[in-house]
Design a protein around this ligand. Structure first.
Ligand SMILES: *Cc1c(COP(=O)(O)O)cnc(C)c1O
Length: 366
């Protein structure tokens, strides 16, 4: 079976985790926690990074750090993993759903402004599958309307927008280190920001707002949260981060191979890379067009029968029972893409022969 996207563990993971076990530093204090934060911040070229238990808690922490809550509206894509939308509800705010672009498949920056109301507090551009949202437009809208921008950069770790790392542009950005992401800690997340005040606030909130008094006692000025990542997982993160540039270039190479083998196939649409951006192709994806001989879902089944795992595009969150009642813009592109999009195997460990076999299968129905 060729899996959709599995971890790549070939660096110092064993060594660093063993160090935690040997020294008894397994919990939420320990040198690897600070080291992972510092090295991730350096990689992103931002001032602060705060580790969290997972990507979802990083997003919740971002909203809480910015004081977004009851009565506020947050503009978010509908074609996304559901996590950012859920966190908007966790803090008591309301999602407002915006359409995506037909070519890049990410939030359509040109459709955001029409959804802004006096209640709007933030925009969450979700950079899905590896292509960045048009951040110049998003930041311009945010600046003119005095809104915060929280990038959900999980799926575009390693991608770039006009020479900047995706996740270094908004006020706060969030990442996940779940097993299927570019780098993994098993479960984990990170909040980053170039604003030191926000960074300090996020760390404070994520560690139960704990202040240690001169006598060693704990004082808590306000309600805090336990979003901490243990040293054991941060150790794995440090090891994974050492290989991130290599993993990024492998992802791009694999995408180039897919593009090469599928280039002449008429009835499918390949992913794009807009000028000035670097797509990281976290999940290499294609659109199965109407004149392709079998349907998208039939292709998924056929691939599965042949030992190849694939997945349809995210179902739109605005169609889920819990989110049907919320405001949306025109969703015509989202509604179209979710019927045609398919993610193909994209592990770092994929080899040329795997990619060839997958592409041959796709061509065999023509
Ligand atoms: C994976 C993912 C998350 C959530 O990450 P967890 O670590 O599973 O909580 C959030 N947003 C996007 C776009 C993701 O792909």
């Amino acid at each position: 079976m060729i899996p959709l996207c599995v971890p790549e563990i070939r660096g110092n993971e064993w060594k660093y985790i063993k160090e935690c076990l040997d020294t008894n530093w397994v919990s939420s204090a320990g040198a690897f926690v600070n080291r992972f934060e510092n090295e991730f911040a350096k990689y992103m070229n931002v001032k602060n990074a705060v580790v969290t238990m997972n990507g979802t808690s990083a997003l919740e922490l971002a909203l809480r750090t910015l004081n977004i809550g009851n009565g506020d509206e947050v503009i978010v894509s509908s074609m996304t993993f559901i996590s950012p939308v859920n966190t908007i509800k966790y803090v008591g705010a309301e999602p407002v759903f915006v359409d995506v672009c037909c070519d890049t498949w990410v939030m359509d920056a040109d459709r955001v402004e029409e959804l802004i109301t006096p209640k709007t507090k933030a925009i969450i551009p979700v950079h899905i599958y590896g292509h960045p949202v048009d951040m110049d437009k998003i930041m311009d809208i945010a600046n003119r309307h005095n809104l915060y921008v929280i990038e959900d950069a999980t799926e575009s770790l390693g991608a770039e927008y006009k020479g900047k790392k995706v996740g270094s542009i908004g006020h706060i950005s969030c990442f996940s280190f779940n097993g299927n992401k570019l780098i993994t800690t098993g479960a984990g997340g990170m909040l980053v920001t170039d604003d030191e005040k926000l960074g300090e606030r996020a760390k404070y909130l994520s560690t139960q707002t704990k202040t240690i008094l001169p006598n060693g006692g704990f004082y808590h000025e306000e309600i805090g949260y336990n979003f901490r990542m243990p040293n054991l997982l941060a150790a794995m993160g440090c090891a994974q981060l050492e290989n991130i540039d290599e993993y990024s270039s492998i992802k791009r190479n694999n995408a180039n191979l897919y593009n090469k083998f599928l280039n002449d196939v008429k009835n499918i649409t390949l992913p794009v890379e807009k000028e000035g951006v670097k797509n990281i192709y976290w999940l290499y994806s294609i659109l199965v067009e109407k004149d392709y001989p079998i349907s998208r879902d039939e292709l998924i089944l056929k691939l599965k029968e042949n030992g190849i795992q694939s997945r349809p595009f995210f179902m739109p969150v605005h169609k889920m029972p819990s989110y049907k009642k919320y405001k949306t813009g025109n969703m015509s592109i989202t509604d179209e893409l979710v019927q045609r999009g398919i993610n193909l195997p994209s592990s770092v460990g994929l080899v040329v022969d795997d990619i060839k076999r997958i592409c041959e299968m796709i061509k065999s129905y023509l």
